[in-house]
Design a protein. Structure first.
Length: 288
């Protein structure tokens, strides 16, 4: 039976507004949630934050110069002696690292058997191959929110890649993560909507967003689409871990925009507080 977090979820407005007063810090917010939920549920939070570990790992393996992101589970010092610490990382990272470095003799055989990896033996860049291993990993999650969220992200990112490839007049197939009927349609269809408008509820609004010429507004609306999907997945969740995971998805969007554009970040912050207000009453001193 799912654990219920009545007091924590009812107290999210206090946590969040306190963040606004002191300077929004998603790392601190994540730590505060860790202190108030069951360890097994916090593992789900860590799975949600794997995107930051993926960012750090790819920066390391592809020798990029981006700043280390502290939102992931695995600290920066593990990368100093990476091979000695390899077993600390998830299996998909271990598998990709060994394959990339040519250390796994059985790797090609294993990857051909994988449902996602090396789909139809199309040659793909290492970044796409890494994403295929990652999505194969997260689709096995026992948590409904994470399964649905990552299924959405996989399809969402593939659609954006297909649109960008069309605009650049480049081959779509090598950019696709995984395989299946949707990937087949995105790769082969000549229709404006890839023949998928009836199959994918969010496709039409996504296509409309990509027509936006203002880059900042386009990015804002793309994040709002993700925001709305987090809400949709948790329509019938109220006090469980799924509600907290959806809240963290939105908090991550706010955090991103607080770094990119302070004005839009502030607007999104207010939107998240407004979303919380729909269900939970705020302290009187904030009702102005």
């Amino acid at each position: 039976m799912a654990r219920e977090y009545y007091y924590l979820i009812a107290g999210l407005p206090d946590l969040f507004i306190d963040q606004e007063q002191k300077g929004f810090d998603l790392v601190k917010l994540k730590d505060e949630i860790k202190e108030n939920i069951h360890p097994n549920d916090y593992k789900l939070v860590e799975q949600l934050f794997l995107e930051y570990d993926n960012e750090n790992f790819q920066n390391f393996i592809f020798e990029r110069t981006q700043e280390f992101n502290p939102l992931g589970k695995f600290p920066q010092d593990l990368y100093t002696e990476f091979e000695e610490n390899l077993e600390e990382f998830p299996e998909y990272i271990q598998k990709f690292y060994n394959s990339f470095k040519g250390k796994d003799e059985n790797d090609d055989e294993d990857l051909e058997e994988n449902d996602l990896y090396h789909a139809d033996k199309i040659e793909k860049i290492p970044e796409v191959q890494f994403q295929e291993l990652f999505y194969e990993h997260v689709k096995l999650s026992e948590n409904r929110f994470l399964r649905e969220w990552y299924s959405f992200l996989l399809l969402y990112n593939n659609i954006l890649s297909a649109i960008n490839s069309r605009n650049d007049d480049s081959d779509i197939a090598p950019q696709m993560v995984g395989k299946g009927e949707f990937v087949e349609a995105l790769t082969r269809s000549q229709a404006a909507d890839f023949g998928l408008k009836q199959e994918i509820d969010f496709l039409e609004p996504l296509l409309q967003i990509t027509e936006q010429t203002d880059i900042i507004e386009r990015e804002r609306r793309l994040d709002m689409l993700k925001w709305d999907m987090a809400d949709e997945i948790t329509t019938f969740d109220y006090f469980n871990i799924n509600k907290i995971l959806a809240f963290l998805v939105k908090a991550g969007i706010v955090y991103r925009w607080s770094k990119l554009d302070s004005k839009i970040g502030a607007e999104m912050f207010k939107k998240l507080v407004a979303d919380i207000r729909k269900t939970y009453e705020l302290p009187k001193e904030f009702e102005q």
